[in-house]
Design a protein around this ligand. Structure first.
Ligand SMILES: Cc1ncc(COP(=O)(O)O)c(C=O)c1O
Length: 396
């Protein structure tokens, strides 16, 4: 969440004055319809037919996507080795098992390894667009189609990004976004879900709304109501997100502009190379991504004075071997609810040993990110670029 201010305050005041914080309400009594307005605007912006705003974050949006697709016990879901643990937690929360796929030199799901990892119990694939960088959705969707698998895009870290001109989240059967405080836009905590499929939407909608028992539109649903959880967004979240959406293109423009300045001014500098991008135009510009000959050189560069860089392998939260509860299979509050123990999952793959994913270790170790701030002034940008040049000149 890079920007917030008076505009959010102004809209929130209106919500409090209306004294209607629940997402459902009658406009004739002053209900402002903030959540519904955001959902409609978000679907339009992403280019899908349906969208939901929800509490419970991107995690809930991923769960709704999985429930929407009918994924559960007995199913394997392919996810990349580089993502926040929540991608795996969502799969486990619906009773399925995450199986890992290597990341390539773009730090996103490796399509070659993806195809190798497809097994008899694989039902879905979740590519993740990490730090604003698009995964190769064309290759991933083609593989999914060939093997009759479903795809869910985890665009939690790439809100507003695109691949080949099409918005991230709109390539797959369903897409998930995070609007938490660390993301491109947000409302403190929150998640977004999108799909073009009416059935997936109905299932996700019912699941996120305690079974949608009292929603006025539930009468239009074509499927029986089933019991879900409570991930409904409040009007407070809706009001903030409506302002944040107005800010989004401006934020992306500045992130991309600054990333471009780094890349232009550092290209051709001895010792400096950039990580491969699947689509630099669609990249959100959240980070400048470098690639070095060795992990040691990458670390030295990242830690050099004034650079402020970090290697994804050191993020301590986003690499599979750091997902401690998953690696040790401590899931859910009761052993019988732990998907690793349930009989339907007995024959599924459950090994996450570090040595199984050498390509990911190599790619995540040789990459360095510099996190971009869209509000950096020219002087700050210049100083950082200078520090990068000096650091590169010192690399042996
Ligand atoms: C790649 C990725 N997926 C899922 C999530 C989960 O989002 P949230 O924290 O909003 O539940 C995050 C959040 O950090 C994320 O970075």
């Amino acid at each position: 969440m890079y920007r917030m201010g008076e505009q959010e305050v102004k809209e929130l005041k209106k919500v409090f004055k209306a004294k209607q914080l629940f997402r459902v309400g009658d406009p004739s009594t002053g209900h402002l319809g903030e959540v519904v307005r955001f959902e409609q605007a978000w679907a339009k912006y992403i280019g899908t037919q349906y969208a939901l705003l929800m509490s419970g974050g991107g995690t809930a949006a991923l769960m709704c996507s999985l429930v929407g697709l009918g994924i559960g016990p007995g199913d394997e879901v392919l996810i990349p080795t580089y993502t926040f643990m929540a991608t795996a937690s969502a799969v486990l929360a619906v009773g399925a098992i995450p199986v890992l796929v290597e990341v390539d030199d773009s730090c996103t799901m490796d399509p070659d390894d993806l195809e190798k990892k497809i097994g008899p119990n694989t039902k879905a694939i979740i590519p993740v667009h990490m730090v604003g960088m698009p995964a190769d959705m064309e290759k991933i969707c083609a593989i999914a189609k060939k093997h009759n698998l479903k795809v869910i895009e985890d665009a939690c870290q790439a809100v507003g990004g695109s691949f080949k001109g099409k918005k991230l989240g709109s390539w797959a059967d369903a897409g998930a976004y995070s609007f938490n405080v660390f993301k491109i836009i947000g409302c403190g905590e929150g998640g977004g879900f999108v799909t073009n499929d009416r059935m997936i939407y109905e299932r996700a909608s019912i699941f996120h709304d305690s079974g949608t028992a009292f929603r006025p539109y539930a009468g239009d649903f074509t499927i029986p109501i089933f019991l879900g959880l409570q991930f409904r967004a409040s009007e407070i979240m809706g009001a903030i997100m409506n302002v944040q959406l107005e800010r989004l293109e401006g934020i992306l423009k500045d992130l991309r502009r600054i990333k471009k300045v780094f890349m232009e001014q550092l290209s051709g500098v001895d010792g400096i190379g950039f990580a491969r991008s699947n689509d630099i135009e669609g990249d959100c510009g959240v980070v400048v991504a470098f690639r070095f000959e060795t992990p040691e050189k990458a670390l030295e560069f990242a830690q050099s004075e004034g650079v402020g860089g970090w290697r994804p392998i050191d993020s301590r939260k986003h690499v599979w071997f750091d997902w401690e509860p998953i690696v040790n299979k401590r899931i859910a509050g009761h052993p019988a609810m732990n998907p690793y123990n349930i009989p339907q999952n007995a024959n599924l793959r459950k090994d996450y040993a570090k040595q199984m994913y050498p390509k990911s270790i190599e790619n995540l170790g040789r990459t360095v990110f510099i996190s971009v701030n869209p509000d950096w002034k020219a002087k700050e940008i210049k100083e950082r670029i200078k520090a990068c040049k000096e650091a590169a000149s010192r690399l042996k």
